[in-house]
Design a protein around this ligand. Structure first.
Ligand code: ADP
Ligand code: MG
Length: 387
């Protein structure tokens, strides 16, 4: 049964009538910009063609009912009494969106909703942002209030930060709300200005390669990297008081090299990665605008190598997967996705070589690690939308 049919049938079972509107919120994967977001730098995600699909209708009261097919769980709450749910934790992503949409001033009442997702949970495709953007979009479709994709992204982020309690940046929600089919989204994390860059997925697919190694020790390592970045900022802003340096974004590679002797080797390496990663982000804009996949693939590879050597956020499994991807037929690139220390790699692969790529990468990786890797072949898709 197709997924739209499935949620329609489920809706009919749960609520006894047929839903009126349908929407989707996609997952996302980053193609460039490792640990650049909190340094006010650039990121380059796409929305993938795997998503949360949701359907629903308005109610005459203020009650929200949401059923998740994946969790086989239903929650009911009054919009005026919408708090953190200890028991059905999954619902907090949607509860937060509803809470902060209200705070934003959106006018809506109750709704009956059913959702289903084909995104793997916790694998680096951001099923949580997809759930948030799908929730926002279906309410917008049902009630017709104004809310731009930029604002909806902020509301999703707020939900995740304040209702769920996870300190994420803006990229996931921004991509899930604002991406465009056959484009990558170049986002300036300082100003939230963005550009849509052509990425024709009839020629090259984005393959997400799950190492099946779950992230460990991320929080403490993450905090340490972040602190090291701001140590460099503090040192360089003393040297260049006229330049108003607040983030690594404000430092060039030349400035860094000139002051190398004032930094520890670790501080130098961290800054080197972030600053060069921002330069690769800018170079990607040019490469994709001229349709140069090879040059873009090379930038992705450099991004990984820099994250491994200078930011030191790789791990043996990610290294094995990057090797596996790069040696496989049709691959232009392989790099870690997300924050590192496990999770997924992302590869750019010629569309006519996908099956050979998967077979080759899997046999290489699984033999080397003993793990059972998994692959998702994605195209750059539109952000959250009514369907
Ligand atoms: P990811 O990297 O996939 O975003 P997160 O831990 O941030 O991982 O978010 C996953 C959580 O989002 C799940 O544990 C669940 O609470 C919620 N979630 C995602 N998809 C669904 C779904 N289809 N139904 C209910 N909850 C979901
Ligand atoms: Mg998430």
């Amino acid at each position: 049964m197709d997924r739209k049919e499935l949620i329609k049938t489920t809706f009919l079972e749960k609520y006894g009538y047929v839903p009126k509107k349908y929407a989707v919120g996609p997952g996302r994967v980053d193609l460039l910009g490792i640990h650049t977001d909190y340094n006010d730098g650039f990121v380059l995600p796409i929305a993938v063609d795997m998503d949360v699909i949701i359907c629903g209708d308005k109610r005459n009261d203020n009650i929200i009912n949401i059923y998740s097919c994946n969790m086989d769980s239903k929650v009911s709450f009054d919009i005026e009494n919408n708090n953190y749910d200890e028991n059905e934790k999954w619902s907090n992503y949607s509860r937060g969106v509803i809470k902060y949409l209200k705070e934003y001033g959106a006018e809506f009442g109750g709704a009956d909703l059913v959702l289903e997702s084909n995104l793997p949970i916790g694998s680096g495709l951001s099923s949580s942002a997809a759930l948030e953007s799908a929730t926002g979009m279906i309410l917008q479709a049902l009630y017709g209030f104004e809310c731009s994709g930029e604002d909806m992204a902020q509301i999703g982020k707020k939900s995740e930060n304040l209702m769920v309690g996870v300190a994420t940046g803006i990229m996931d929600q921004f991509a899930s709300c604002n991406c465009k089919k056959d484009h990558a989204l170049f986002l300036d994390c300082r100003t939230l200005e963005y550009k849509q860059l052509p990425l024709d997925c009839s020629m090259y697919k984005v393959v997400v390669c799950d190492t099946k190694k779950r992230r460990g020790l991320v929080d403490s390592e993450y905090d340490m990297r972040r602190a090291q970045c701001f140590e460099v900022v503090d040192i360089l802003k003393e040297i260049y008081p006229q330049k108003k340096i607040t983030h690594l974004r404000d430092i060039t590679q030349e400035m860094l090299e000139e002051n190398k002797d004032k930094l520890s080797f670790v501080q130098y390496k961290r800054a080197k990665h972030v600053i060069s990663e921002n330069d690769r982000g800018l170079a990607s804009v040019e490469a994709l605008n001229r349709g140069d996949f090879k040059a873009f693939g090379e930038l992705m590879n450099q991004s990984h190598d820099s994250a491994r050597d200078f930011y030191e956020v790789s791990c043996p499994e990610l290294e094995a997967m990057v090797e596996a991807a790069r040696q496989a037929p049709g691959a232009l690139s392989g790099r870690l996705a997300g924050a590192g220390f496990g999770g997924c790699c992302v590869a750019l692969v010629a569309a006519d070589k996908i099956e050979e790529f998967k077979a080759s990468a899997k046999s290489y990786y699984d033999a080397k690690t003993g793990l059972d890797s998994e692959y998702w072949v994605c195209s750059a898709s539109d952000g959250a939308r009514e369907i």
